[in-house]
Design a protein around this ligand. Structure first.
Ligand code: PEP
Ligand code: MG
Length: 873
């Protein structure tokens, strides 16, 4: 097996072997684009290196020499040659992009001799020595772990001494002196020497890149993005081209579309007379790419053509790095560009409209979690108008967030652990800051552009981020920041608007809402292919309206008990519960019925002809009763009975384990009048809405916690009789159904018998999970972290369906239920109804719909459609 391949040498190799960067360099070379020559050391070599006890590159030696030789022939230059020195970059490139997480070394091949050769060859000694001092700095950092700021401090000290502002104001003599100072820093840091042997430089650089696969920030990034840690990184060795060479030189990063909004057209930044690191690290604030059009029009057009060619070739938005060396354009890398959630949706729809991809491809490129990004908060417009604006930066990643400012990742983490919401404010971020960035509500930097580290990482995480706030100065010593004349100490509260780039003093209230019009288009495509429908769990008119706005095709769970908690209602509910005589209970029920009718009318009119599944009263009654004495005394007065009597009646309702006690349909076995009241309220309001709104109403009455076929049959008969008597009395007709939740394991086991009388099933996976595991759904938080730490439970089963256990019961229930009634309508309305990972399972189960909370409806629609696409693969 070979470990090293020249770009485009072997067409059969994939990302897995060459890494994303290597594969794309090979592909671009094949397309005939101006790519500097080079070779890729495969991920297999990295794995081999990391697995061997001694960690050495001896096994690569022969191939490496051969590859260098071929590269030397191609470039007509030689590594270590003092007349025509070949300089190379050594870069990491994993199969899945991990921007900035691993190491890179540029200008490799320079030493005390070859630098003279480079100076002569380019006729630009200043440039040559600047390259050399950059190499020594990078090499020290990457290979020997000598911190960058140590070198930066030496550079700043020299500039101060010479009383100059810019690096370019230093003289050649200064640079030579700086190089000697840098070499001294190696010795001071650990008796290291900068290697004068270029072969040794290359070997050490390759090893350092291999090792950087295991560095803590790369590991954190992989953990956050669920990237397999066993893959390893490839290493790309490529001829250097110089953006810091002469007049017409520069370097930049550009996207084929705007990665924040998705807007078509070249979008990016560049710096003249700079190397790539200067742009990516955000150390200097670059110019927008549009300016290049004016500065170097021919190159701009050439680059635009290449960008279009690459996007058409890869059929997706590209993120490219380019360098201009003495008027010659080179493309150094291309990859599928990371983008914000709104941009992802817009790009998907635009590419379909442009005929580049088809709808299934567009759908499969989007992630259900991105939709949360679209539903990100915005600040309230009126609050923004009155707020004190501190300053404005570049809106790098959308969102609206408020928090206390902290100036380093560690302090931010401590504050977060103490329960504070934090905003990380820095001059610029670097990959070391990743742990602090992850927990921040927002990230703000004073330097850097839209492609700086902070911007790229925040966009990937969906975290609100503003970069390049030129007027912001962070004083790390004094722990204070200067916001355009205002000084804020660490801990001060600011609000960050990632949509506009504005920063505000203090906390601003947020509004929420969808602000992306292409979402609806994509979701309508999803509905056409989804194997089942998406309904919503909602009960307030506000929730119901939101659910339909988000595209729910029905209501899968209206929990009626939520309607009894308002201040006026709870009293009537308590009156009903504490009544000792049926007649007294009936009086309270009559009052409740009037309230329910009102609620149901609103729901039915909003739902129009969509199915509405109304679940009858479920919780144990004690949940409605007051627990503290003051409230109990108040209730006693209101009911005209003594406090002692109230206490006695409340005690009478107490249960040892109420979740397994007198709740759900069991209540109606004891107090049939409660469910009778509810079904009459449903029937009466349905008829009223049918008359006033001129559309049919389709109520599905759902019984909770049915465990036996006898309960089901008994209650169905009782409630049907109640409704039919009412309809007959009023000479009216109503198409209603009476079905059940399937949420007790026993119900799954006898589902064939329950289906004999149930008109439909809906899985209540919350209770079904609780009772299958014997885990209390309210108490699991205390011990689940221990399970997860021990690796005993990969996911929290109330959020992610336990397909093996709970899922097996569901399978049984579906099979048995449909054995009795082949057309039985079956849904899922527990929390995992919106679990994207469970959608393929639901597809195979053959259910009719899932039902989830309104804000999860859009992501469930996408995930449902994707489950159908994975089947087609
Ligand atoms: C369930 O148990 O899954 C369910 C939807 O009902 P609730 O959460 O109200 O018990
Ligand atoms: Mg339940």
């Amino acid at each position: 097996m070979n470990y090293i391949y020249a770009f485009a040498e072997d067409q059969t190799l994939t990302n897995q072997e060459l890494g994303g960067k290597g594969a794309n360099l090979a592909e671009m070379t094949r397309l005939g684009l101006p790519v500097p020559a080079g070779f890729t050391i495969t991920t297999a070599a990295c794995r081999q290196y990391l697995a061997s006890a001694k960690q050495e590159t001896g096994f690569l030696e022969d191939e490496l020499m051969k590859a260098v030789h071929i590269l030397e022939e191609k470039t007509q230059r030689q590594l270590g040659n003092t007349k025509q020195p070949l300089l190379v970059s050594v870069r990491s490139g994993a199969p899945i992009s991990m921007p900035g997480m691993m190491d890179t070394i540029l200008n490799l091949g320079l030493n005390d001799q070859t630098v003279i050769g480079l100076a002569e060859m380019t006729n630009d000694p200043w440039f040559a020595y600047d390259c050399y001092r950059r190499l020594i700095q990078m090499f020290g950092d990457v290979v020997y772990g000598i911190d960058k700021p140590i070198f930066e401090a030496a550079l700043t000290a020299l500039k101060n001494k010479r009383q100059v502002q810019k690096d370019t104001d230093l003289t050649l003599v200064d640079l030579k002196q700086l190089i000697e100072t840098y070499k001294g820093l190696y010795v001071a840091a650990g008796q290291y020497q900068f290697p004068q042997s270029v072969d040794q430089q290359l070997r050490l650089a390759i090893e350092a890149v291999f090792k950087s696969w295991q560095n803590p920030r790369a590991q954190t990034y992989r953990r956050l993005n669920q990237i397999d840690g066993a893959m390893g990184t490839a290493v790309n060795v490529q001829q250097m081209v110089f953006g810091n060479y002469q007049g017409q030189s520069g370097t930049g990063v550009a996207f084929t579309r705007n990665p924040a909004t998705g807007e078509p057209g070249l979008f990016g930044e560049y710096l003249l007379n700079a190397q790539g690191e200067d742009v990516v690290a955000g150390i200097r604030t670059p110019e927008p790419i549009a300016t290049l059009k004016a500065q170097l029009p021919v190159i701009y057009e050439q680059f635009k053509t290449i960008a279009n060619q690459l996007e058409a070739h890869y059929r997706d938005m590209q993120d490219m790095e380019f360098t201009i060396e003495a008027g010659q354009l080179y493309v150094l890398q291309t990859r599928v560009g990371k983008r914000t959630a709104p941009a992802a949706f817009r790009i998907a729809v635009d590419l379909v409209d442009e005929g580049v991809i088809d709808r299934p491809t567009a759908i499969s490129r989007l992630k259900p979690t991105m939709i949360d990004g679209l539903l990100h908060p915005l600040f309230e417009t009126s609050a923004v108008q009155q707020a004190t604006q501190l300053l404005t930066g570049l809106p790098a990643s959308p969102g609206a967030a408020t928090g206390a400012i902290y100036f380093d990742a560690q302090k931010a983490q401590q504050a977060h652990e103490a329960g504070e919401k934090v905003v990380l404010v820095r001059q610029e971020t670097s990959p070391e800051d990743i742990d602090g960035m992850v927990i921040s509500e927002a990230i703000v930097t004073s330097r850097g552009g839209m492609t700086s580290h902070a911007a790229v990482v925040a966009r990937g995480m969906g975290c609100c981020c503003v970069v390049g706030c030129q007027q912001l100065q962070v004083d790390y010593e004094q722990r204070a920041a200067h916001f355009a004349g205002r000084v804020l100490k660490e801990g001060a509260i600011i609000s960050v608007d990632g949509h506009t780039g504005h920063l505000y003093l203090g906390a601003l209230p947020q509004q929420t809402g969808v602000h992306e019009t292409t979402l609806g288009t994509v979701l309508s495509w999803c509905d056409e292919i989804a194997p089942f429908a998406v309904w919503a769990n909602a009960e307030t008119p506000q929730e119901v309206a939101t659910a339909f706005e988000f595209g729910a095709q029905g209501l899968g769970l209206v929990r009626t008990e939520h309607m009894f908690f308002g201040p006026e209602r709870i009293f009537k509910m308590r009156q009903m519960i504490l009544a000792t005589e049926l007649a007294d209970r009936q009086v309270a029920l009559a009052a409740l019925k009037a309230l329910q009718i009102n609620d149901f009318k609103q729901i039915f009119s909003l739902a129009e002809e969509r199915p509405c599944t109304i679940r009858l009263l479920d919780p144990p009654l004690h949940e409605f009763l007051p627990q503290n004495e003051a409230e109990q005394a108040e209730l006693a007065t209101a009911l005209g009975i003594s406090l002692a009597e109230i206490k006695r009646r409340i005690a009478d309702k107490a249960e040892i384990n109420p979740m397994l006690g007198h709740r759900g349909s069991r209540l109606a076995v004891t107090y049939p009048e409660i469910y009778q009241m509810q079904v009459l309220a449903i029937a009466e309001s349905a008829l009223a809405v049918q008359t006033t709104h001129h559309h049919a109403v389709a109520p599905k009455i759902m019984l909770p916690l049915i465990g036996t076929a006898t309960e089901m049959a008994y209650l169905k008969q009782l409630l049907q009789q109640t409704i039919d008597d009412y309809l007959a009395e009023n000479q009216q007709q109503l198409a209603y159904q009476i079905g059940t939740m399937i949420e007790i394991p026993r119900a799954c086991l006898v589902a064939d018998k329950i289906a004999a009388t149930a008109d439909f099933f809906s899985f209540g996976t919350n209770d079904l999970t609780q009772m299958t595991y014997g885990f209390s759904r309210d108490d699991i938080g205390h011990f689940m972290p221990d399970y997860q730490q021990q690796g005993l439970m990969p996911a929290e089963p109330f959020q992610t369906l336990d397909q093996d256990g709970v899922g097996a019961l569901m399978q049984l229930a579906v099979q048995k239920g449909r054995q009795t009634k082949p057309d039985l309508s079956i849904g899922v309305c527990g929390e995992v109804g919106g679990d994207p990972t469970a959608m393929p399972f639901y597809r195979d189960l053959g259910i009719d719909y899932v039902s989830c909370s309104p804000y999860r409806v859009p992501s469930a629609r996408l995930a449902a459609a994707q489950s159908q696409l994975t089947l087609a693969d």
